[in-house]
Design a protein around this ligand. Structure first.
Ligand code: CP
Ligand code: NVA
Length: 309
């Protein structure tokens, strides 16, 4: 059975196929056509952290395709009320697909061992693959393809950056991460991505302007992710020089766009001047969560599952 906990779980061809389905279903939806590709299928959403985009886009997409969704909060007791070897087979025997937003990535990994249906990662402390799929779909739409694109990511190299980096290495999109050394990835992870890509497609620097120079897209995320609140003061001070402001945007190539996974903190990782400017593509990017995840779920349930037969 296939699960999507990270974009390492998909080949480059499979990511391209997911994006192809996403674009096709987006065009169909915009033309008023909602094919019943997941009729009567039930999606569970097991969430340990707050969410607007992930929760609502998953609930909406399954309904648009003829299925339904069940939201499960902390009261079901995942990892708390009974062991995973009891909890997971029972929960997943009711469902066709389960999306989990978790505090611990490791607990999601352990859960797959007992799962009877495919699991999709809806964000963990380590990765956010659904976000990266929507990011790439957005970049593809805005740039008219992926062949002449480069991305600068400024700030904390976190779960969102992790998935973006994996996507970029698999699709050969140059990505420069601008972050203080303490907030960069372990160099071994970058080496692993570059070896898989066959060239130096991902790089890290502590020079924010150098990272942004000539980039087609500038991406940032909050400096304090969910679960890191006690470090907030330290992070504000450590990351202050990595704010995406007009000086940073001035270093980019003409027509560059600004991206953010949201929620954002204006005045911290990005200024209002940038996020509210015509260069900002955040609404299109957030809307693409619906389409990218729709492509992922249709691919996972209707195509990837056939590999097992
Ligand atoms: N970007 C994102 O995952 O948003 P939510 O936390 O609102 O789901
Ligand atoms: N890095 C952020 C992303 C939120 C969508 C967090 O984990 O809180």
């Amino acid at each position: 059975m296939r699960h999507v906990l990270s974009l390492f779980d998909l080949s480059s061809e499979e990511i391209r196929r997911v994006l192809e389905i996403s674009s096709d279903l987006k065009s169909k939806l915009n033309a008023g056509n909602r094919p019943g590709l997941l009729e009567h299928q039930v999606m569970g959403l097991l969430f340990e952290k707050p969410s607007l985009r992930t929760r609502v886009s998953f609930e909406t997409l399954i309904r648009q395709l003829g299925g339904s969704a069940l939201f499960l909060g902390e009261d079901v007791g995942w990892g708390k009320r009974e062991p995973l070897c009891d909890f997971m087979p029972i929960l997943t025997s009711y469902l066709d697909v389960l999306v989990i937003r978790a505090k611990s990535h490791q607990q999601v990994v352990e859960s797959t061992e007992f799962s009877k249906c495919p699991i999709i990662n809806g964000l963990t402390d380590v990765s956010h693959p659904c976000q990266a799929l929507a990011d790439i779909l957005t970049i593809q739409e805005l740039a008219g393809g992926l062949s002449d694109v480069s991305i600068a990511y400024l700030g904390d190299a976190n779960n969102v950056t992790y998935s973006l980096a994996v996507a970029c290495s698999k699709l050969n999109i140059p990505l420069r991460i601008g972050a203080p050394e303490k907030y960069q990835f372990d160099p071994s992870f970058i080496n692993q991505l570059n070896e898989a890509a066959g060239s130096t497609i991902i790089s890290q620097t502590s020079d924010a302007v150098a990272a942004a120079t000539n980039a087609a897209f500038v991406y940032t995320d909050v400096w304090t992710s969910m679960g890191q609140e006690t470090e907030s003061k330290q992070r504000l001070s450590d990351l202050a020089d990595y704010q995406v402001n007009q000086d940073i945007m001035n270093a980019t190539r003409d027509g560059a766009k600004f991206l953010h996974c949201l929620p954002a903190r204006r005045g911290e990782e990005v200024t209002s001047e940038v996020i509210d400017s015509p260069q900002s593509a955040i609404i299109q990017q957030a809307n693409n969560r619906l389409h990218a995840q729709k492509g992922l779920v249709v691919w996972l349930l209707n195509e990837a599952s056939k590999d097992n037969e």
